[in-house]
Design a binder for this molecule. Structure first.
Ligand SMILES: Cc1cc2nc3c(=O)[nH]c(=O)nc-3n(C[C@H](O)[C@H](O)[C@H](O)COP(=O)(O)OP(=O)(O)OC[C@H]3O[C@@H](n4cnc5c(N)ncnc54)[C@H](O)[C@@H]3O)c2cc1C
Length: 391
């Protein structure tokens, strides 16, 4: 057993979760991975992969039993994200986004909202997390989307960009500002918009470097009338909901990035054990061994930290935002470095589309940008050690 296999085996999942993970590994290997190249090449939404995931009932693992789910641990969820992303990063982020968008409904939704909305996701519905606007990215508090109460409804107006699954989602968790609250941060609120609501339209989908099979939509809300029953919490609860949800989604995007990193590492190792130059296998060159030593050590440490953060969440620790930021930053920087070095190890062949590492390099880049860029993560981590002036 090598170091990374021992690390995988050390994840303390109960039997039932191990069995589910084995099923996910099987569909990842036999169905999702074989479709990845074609979906990437044609920028084609991977509906067959979504069907395979739903045939396993995988969304149910993060939905409470009372609402049609079959809940499992957060660590098991992270392990599934990693496996799916390793097979196809696009499918991985589509599935993970269901969790990112619906977790706030589980945590902050009313009983009525949970009864009404969660079974739809448990049964395989797609969900989107809708925060970013053209002029409000890293600083989401600058968002301008307006929520205006009108009797039993809320009128939503504004536009959003870069929304994963925004054109196909059944439920969209949308953040905007409550028109009756003046202060910018206190006005942020969250509500669920259902697919097909009049006034909601897709402006375009982006033509991207990587994650080409996952759709990334610009959305318009033109006096979109949403029942007030879809407001999460109270007007002005949005920032709190947003920050709490990022704490749970950042480890998830880190698991996704580590899937890409693990895939790139495994491909590169297989290749350089086989490829010969100057009468020797490439892996026999000391310069290459030094590269591998750095990459493998960083991968092992990031994976260990992934399971550490997963265990914190499973133990009910909520103030793990800095651990989550450290994980997101290191895992995604590693994914980019690993994919870049994997291409290097393949030489010129790595730069061509015949090998998967070319796609992994394109898929890795966004992981350093979304869910808070790595500059923002560094700022959050560094700032957390700052003593209050005068303290
Ligand atoms: C493929 C894709 C999928 C996405 N999916 C979603 C989604 O599902 N839902 C959603 O809401 N959003 C989504 N996003 C948006 C994503 O989260 C934002 O792109 C990201 O937060 C960065 O915002 P921005 O693009 O406006 O960049 P900016 O905020 O304009 O950043 C530009 C540069 O400035 C730097 N910068 C900004 N602020 C600071 C600072 N304080 N200190 C140091 N440097 C700083 C950034 O690090 C970056 O390098 C997605 C984006 C893409 C491309």
């Amino acid at each position: 057993m090598n170091t990374l296999e021992r690390l995988d085996a050390s994840l303390p999942l109960p039997n039932e979760e191990r069995m589910l993970l084995a099923s996910v590994q099987k569909i990842a290997r036999t169905q999702i991975a074989p479709r990845a190249e074609n979906c990437d090449r044609n920028a084609e939404f991977p509906w067959d992969n979504i069907k395979a995931i739903n045939a396993l009932g995988l969304n149910a693992m993060f939905i409470p039993e009372a609402y049609g789910g079959a809940p499992m641990s957060y660590s098991a969820y992270l392990a599934c994200v990693r496996e799916i992303a390793k097979a196809c990063a696009s499918t991985g982020i589509i599935w993970a986004t269901n969790f990112h968008a619906i977790k706030p409904v589980i945590t902050f939704g009313s009983e009525e909202q949970k009864q009404r909305l969660l079974p739809r996701v448990a049964e395989g519905g797609l969900a989107s997390l809708v925060i970013t606007e053209a002029d409000a990215g890293s600083d989401a508090t600058g968002m301008k989307t307006r929520f205006e109460p009108q009797g039993d409804d809320i009128l939503v107006s504004g536009s959003k960009i870069f929304i994963t699954s925004g054109d196909v989602a059944d439920l969209l968790l949308v953040f905007g500002k409550w028109s009756e609250i003046a202060e910018a941060k206190s006005a942020i609120s969250a509500l669920v918009v259902e697919k097909g609501t009049p006034g909601l339209s897709v402006l375009r989908t982006e033509d991207k470097l990587g994650h080409r099979a996952s759709s990334t939509a610009a959305l318009s809300f033109d006096n979109c009338r949403v029942p007030r029953a879809n407001l999460l919490g109270k007007p002005g609860d949005g920032l709190n909901i947003l920050l709490a949800s990022l704490n749970k989604s950042r480890p998830s995007v880190a698991a996704h990035a580590l899937g890409i990193a693990r895939g790139a590492f495994e491909d590169a190792i297989a290749y350089i054990n086989d490829r010969q130059q100057s009468g020797r296998r490439v892996i026999e060159f000391q310069g290459i061994q030094f590269m591998l030593a750095d990459l493998a050590s960083e991968l092992a440490l990031c994976e260990r930290w992934l399971w550490h953060v997963g265990a914190l969440v499973d133990a009910g620790v909520d103030d793990m935002g800095i651990e989550a930021s450290m994980l997101k930053m290191r895992a995604t920087d590693l994914a980019m470095r690993m994919a870049t070095d994997a291409v290097q190890l393949y030489g010129g062949y790595g730069y061509c589309k015949d090998y998967r590492v070319e796609r992994l390099l394109r898929d890795a880049k966004i992981t350093q940008i979304w869910e808070g860029t790595n500059q923002v993560q560094r700022q959050l981590i560094g700032r957390s050690f700052m003593k209050k002036a005068g303290a």
